[in-house]
Design a protein around this ligand. Structure first.
Ligand SMILES: [Zn+2]
Length: 334
């Protein structure tokens, strides 16, 4: 059974290719953090190595070992420190040594499965050397090996690597689908499922992690408070905030992107409130504050601020000076 939730298009495409015996030797799964890229990569690894007829069965020894990260033929390459607690940011890059080590292992036959699978999580973080080394392997792909690259931002990946991978996009899942999965599969109460589903913004992995981790909701709430407070801060306080975010950006880019995405949900919610579509808002636990702020802004001011936040995200992606970009954002009238 395919376990990834809501990614019907990608799953159907893989099922079809597998049934017709024409799976690609390299895939690129593109989508936001927590959307299900790793789950899909694990499922595909199981399909390729499952011992039952109905693949992936999820029950056989091979499927179970892959799910628990203990199959010798399924290897995950990622930046050191990813998945560790927030305070220790992950390494900036996937280094050349990690790719060299992988190249050594793909020259050997799979130990016990049918197929070796190399999952590169955060493919956009490969160093230039690492990417060039991987390219060489993709140019002459070893037998019985499938590469699965996972990326949030494919623009930072070498075009020559992209052209050798079959691309599958994993978009955010509809809120209704997340809500239903939380209630039916994770036995979350409908009310809590509704809140988590909306806050996850269609990235179901976030909602699943938040079920048992109160800290995630608290952190989310604290960040949102700081952003809401900016509306009544003076310019020096706003610049101080920009400077803190810029310092954080230098250590952990993704976390600053999360702040800005969170802020975008706030401005989108204001837009929805203003248009009388309160039932679609993301931050349902802040309906009162949203109602209050919606009265303060004109539609064009909210729209302008949404555009400015998006523009700042774009500039940061293109390596603009983070402090300058964030200070310019704070100069907006809001
Ligand atoms: Zn199986």
């Amino acid at each position: 059974m395919w376990q990834v939730i809501g990614q019907t298009k990608a799953v159907n495409s893989l099922k079809r290719s597998f049934a017709e015996g024409r799976l690609s030797h390299a895939y690129l799964l593109v989508g936001p953090q927590h959307v299900g890229k790793m789950t899909l990569a694990i499922n595909l690894s199981q399909v390729l190595n499952c011992l039952s007829d109905d693949k992936p069965c999820g029950q056989c020894q091979s499927c179970r070992r892959i799910a628990s990260g203990n199959h010798p033929d399924v290897q995950v390459i990622e930046r050191a420190g990813v998945g560790a607690i927030r305070e220790s940011p992950p390494q900036k890059e996937i280094g050349i040594e990690q790719i060299r080590e992988m190249q050594h292992s793909v020259n050997l036959k799979p130990y016990e499965g049918n197929c070796r699978v190399i999952i590169i999580d955060g493919a956009e973080f490969m160093s230039e050397e690492a990417a060039n080394a991987l390219l060489k392997t993709l140019e002459e792909p070893p037998d019985s090996t499938v590469f699965i690259l996972l990326a949030g931002d494919e623009n930072s990946i070498l075009p020559t690597i992209l052209s050798r991978c079959q691309r599958l996009e994993l978009p955010p899942v509809p809120v209704q689908t997340v809500r239903q999965a939380l209630v039916e599969q994770w036995k979350v109460t409908p009310e809590r499922a509704d809140l988590l589903a909306r806050l996850s913004y269609g990235c179901i992995g976030w909602a699943i992690s938040a079920i048992d981790n109160e800290n995630m909701l608290e952190e989310h709430s604290r960040h949102l408070e700081s952003l809401i407070a900016l509306a009544s801060s003076d310019i020096s306080e706003r610049f101080e905030f920009a400077s803190q975010l810029a310092a954080q950006f230098n250590k952990n880019r993704a976390s600053v992107r999360e702040w800005l995405e969170l802020w975008l949900t706030w401005w989108r919610d204001l837009l929805l409130m203003k248009n009388g579509c309160a039932e679609f808002i993301t931050n349902i636990d802040r309906e009162g504050a949203l109602q209050q702020q919606a009265g303060r802004y004109s539609l064009s001011a909210i729209y302008g601020m949404t555009k400015s936040v998006q523009e700042t995200m774009r500039q940061l992606d293109q390596n603009a000076n983070p402090r300058l970009a964030l200070e310019v954002l704070m100069l907006n009238e809001f």
